[in-house]
Design a binder for this molecule. Structure first.
Ligand code: SAM
Length: 290
């Protein structure tokens, strides 16, 4: 298994908390009502559209996001009338999320807690979602079992995973991003005030390993797909991803939208879905057996 060095390999919660305390990106809000203005807003919009397809026909009103960070995906759920709960081990980021939700007029409960010991009764939620959480656990069965416990029978689990996958689409843009990094350092603009990022543990587990756990949970309608078939173009593409100047972000977003549109025409399905090898991430989803 390839991973960066981190002693806390069950969530990397300490490293995340430190990053949230020190990084300017902590305050970026990635939900947007209208057209996405940057790559990361486009990414969350695209995740949401895939999730909507998977929730079609479901009677779902309550949603819990575990490892919620700023709650960018929860903002979409809240904006579509879901009763949202956000949980994260970092008090710093839960504070930020609460302010973002208040500013956007989205009601939500923001709680500090541990994915391995969720403070909810069994069967509490219609949908349980995590974005970029599970890959930070060496033993993925631990958070997955706990998330399954609090899902109601017939409820939907959505796990978006960003594995260590050096062969994905990003590999073709590494040189260009390094060049942007040099430029950012040279002009000392976009990196102003930014502390170095703490390394976090990230596994290279493929979706099959997650599906194995789901089978032990008796999940039905298991669905797996690669996601995110476009690169992140940035002087600092690791989480939390730093944005380029706004006009550049706007242009890239329009280009990527076109790519997704062409992909949809060519493949006949949501253009955000792709092979697991190519995608920056993958989705594992299932319904809890009734
Ligand atoms: C990569 S970030 C993703 C944040 C957010 N979901 C997003 O999409 O921007 C992972 C998050 O998981 C949180 N986390 C790590 N370990 C955790 C644990 N054991 N319980 C709850 N949250 C945890 C971190 O604090 C961090 O906010």
């Amino acid at each position: 298994m390839t991973s960066v060095v981190d002693l806390d390999n069950q969530g990397s919660s300490k490293a995340f908390d430190k990053n949230w305390s020190q990084r300017p990106e902590t305050h970026y809000n990635h939900w947007v009502k209208g057209a996405p203005k940057n790559q990361i807003q486009l990414a969350f919009r695209s995740h949401w559209r895939v999730f909507q397809e998977l929730m079609a026909g479901m009677d779902a009103k309550t949603c819990l996001e575990v490892g919620a960070g700023r709650g960018s995906i929860s903002s979409y759920f809240a904006d579509h009338g879901f009763d949202c709960t956000l949980l994260d081990s970092s008090a710093v980021i839960m504070d930020v999320a609460a302010k973002i939700f208040e500013k956007n007029g989205h009601p939500a409960k923001c709680m500090v807690g541990n994915a391995l010991d969720l403070p909810f009764a069994s069967g509490s939620f219609d949908v349980v979602v995590s974005i970029g959480l599970l890959e930070h656990f060496e033993d993925i069965a631990l958070p997955m079992r706990e998330m399954d416990r609090i899902l109601r029978p017939g409820g939907l689990f959505l796990g978006y995973v960003v594995p260590e996958n050096p062969g994905n689409i990003q590999k073709y843009f590494r040189g260009f991003n390094s060049f942007l990094g040099l430029m950012a350092g040279f002009f000392k603009k976009s990196t102003k005030g930014a502390a170095a990022k703490e390394d976090v543990f990230r596994s290279d587990f493929k979706s099959g390993k997650y599906a194995e756990v789901i089978r032990t949970l008796n999940g039905s309608d298991i669905f797996v797909t690669g996601l995110y078939p476009v690169p992140m173009i940035s002087h600092s593409p690791d989480f939390p991803f730093s944005l380029l100047p706004a006009p550049l972000e706007w242009c890239l977003t329009r280009i990527f939208e076109m790519v997704l549109w062409v992909r949809k025409i060519l493949t006949g399905r949501n253009g955000w879905m792709c092979s697991e090898k190519m995608g920056q991430a993958f989705l594992v989803s299932y319904k809890k057996s009734a």
